[in-house]
Design a protein around this ligand. Structure first.
Ligand SMILES: [Zn+2]
Length: 472
């Protein structure tokens, strides 16, 4: 038996994805915080996702911080490899996991079909899927929904509490009260992904209890987001110039969860204020539509402004001329549509999904605007448009970029370093024994570590894959 609990990271350790942090309690129970998929690591991703570094059968409990795939995407594989215990999450995360894990399994399947076709041509053995739909359904069976803000018991000696952090619906920091054999409790907080005070819809981030150890994300540890412009004004200006002045279409690639709902809510407000021109608005993505329905039923996480708005407007995700197009034939019908329109579709980086068709159909017309509202890695279609390419390749064909490409900033779901320091500001800094950094690139962590120390936190350390830390 060990005197103190330990913490060991098996993902997001000096990387931005694959979040997996294992707590071993003094009685030997194993609690895994998040079970995320490694993404965007090129050829290494697959190997990283197949090597746990621990035995899935030996995990007793999982606690999820939020539904993003880099925090939950390996759960079905954990289950497939022998994990049978409860997966704790809140109601928002459970609902989102239902659609996102199934979507993840579907994308994986279609990607593998393409890759394996090529491998067969080269007489190579096919790659096996990490998991399939049946593993996702079994994973959902093992989920146990708990309330936000109220401690719940995990195993023999641990209490956990969710503290909402406004990153996406359901997203929360996890505070743990862990027993030690020295007759005192260890207070530990995993920040999860820290959201922003300026979120259009969600409330928070909320302060968390004083902690001895903080496992802190550091994605934007060296960055400041642009000063909050009025996104509503900005959006209206783009719509007016494109749709009214030039009679064109605004095409917006947007992440299905959060970003799409923020855009709908902004347009709803413009419609309510009678500022939005009378043009059709299409939400053209089955996943985005499902995510919007889920968001609408979780008003318990909404901020006071949107709740006040609901009192006078009713549904913040429904206004005249708004069309949700789930069916493929309705989506195809948008292609032949004449005249101005706004089309919001997924995926956010325009590397998959219906958005690619809309961009292909509209990119060569100088009257149209492609509006990028989020981060996009450089190799993706949205990333190439941000770089100002004159020509892009979509479905194997080359297209001239004649449409205007606009960016609307300040829409990130991740806090910048000032916002993260603000989140840590609820702590009596000298009493925190260590801030342990995860979910960031090492050079960014170094910059962020200096900023944290300047706030009075005595010790900051980068987590290393597979190297345990004693929480004493
Ligand atoms: Zn996230």
């Amino acid at each position: 038996m060990q005197l103190f609990p330990t913490l060991c990271s098996f993902g997001a350790a000096q990387k931005v994805t694959g979040s997996k942090h294992l707590i071993t309690t003094v009685t030997g129970e194993k609690i895994l915080l998040d079970c995320g998929l490694f993404q965007g690591e090129g050829k290494d991703s697959d190997a990283l996702n197949r090597h746990w570094g621990f035995e899935p059968r030996e995990i007793d409990y999982v606690i999820l911080s939020h539904a993003h795939i880099d925090h939950t995407g390996l759960l079905p594989k954990l289950v497939k490899d022998g994990f049978t215990g409860p997966i704790f999450c809140n109601s928002g995360t459970k609902d989102l996991c239902e659609i996102m894990l199934l979507d993840g399994a579907f994308i994986q399947k279609s990607d593998l079909e393409r890759i394996n076709r090529r491998r067969r041509e080269r007489h190579e053995l096919p790659i096996e899927a990490l998991y399939d739909e049946s593993d996702v359904y079994q994973t959902l069976e093992q989920m146990v929904v708990v309330a936000n803000g109220r401690p719940f018991k995990v195993g023999e000696t641990t209490w956990a509490t969710y503290i909402l952090n406004a990153h996406i619906l359901g997203s929360a920091a996890i505070h743990l009260q862990l027993a030690s054999l020295e007759n005192k409790n260890i207070h530990f907080t995993f920040t999860g992904d820290i959201g922003r005070d300026s979120d259009q819809i969600l409330d928070g981030p909320f302060p968390f209890p004083q902690s001895d150890y903080i496992l802190c994300e550091s994605t934007y540890g060296d960055r400041l987001h642009s000063v909050a412009e009025d996104v509503k004004d900005q959006l209206l200006k783009i719509v007016q110039e494109t749709c009214v002045d030039r009679g064109g279409k605004v095409i917006i690639p947007a992440f299905s969860v959060d970003r799409t709902q923020e855009l709908i809510y902004l347009l709803d407000q413009l419609s309510h204020e009678k500022l939005l021109p009378s043009i059709p608005v299409y939400i053209d993505s089955p996943l985005s539509i499902k995510a919007t329905n889920i968001m609408a039923k979780h008003q318990e996480e909404f901020n006071p402004e949107i709740l006040k708005y609901i009192m006078k407007d009713g549904d913040p995700f429904d206004f005249p001329n708004l069309h949700y197009t789930s069916k493929l034939e309705d989506s195809k019908a948008i292609n032949s549509l004449q005249g101005p329109a706004i089309i919001i579709s997924a995926s956010g980086m325009a590397e998959a999904g219906r958005i690619k068709h809309h961009i292909a159909n509209n990119i060569e017309n100088p009257n149209n605007t492609i509006l990028i509202v989020g981060y996009a890695t450089p190799h993706t279609l949205a990333g190439q448009l941000i770089q100002g390419r004159n020509e892009v390749r979509i479905f194997g064909d080359f297209f001239q970029v004649n449409a205007r490409v606009e960016r609307m900033g300040n829409f990130s779901a991740h806090a910048d370093y000032l916002e993260m320091l603000d989140f840590l500001g609820c702590q009596d800094a000298p009493k925190v024994k260590k801030v342990l950094l995860v979910h960031g690139n090492p050079d960014v962590m170094d910059v962020f570590a200096d900023k944290i120390k300047a706030q009075g936190f005595p010790k900051v350390q980068k987590m290393v894959w597979g190297e345990p830390i004693e929480l004493n």
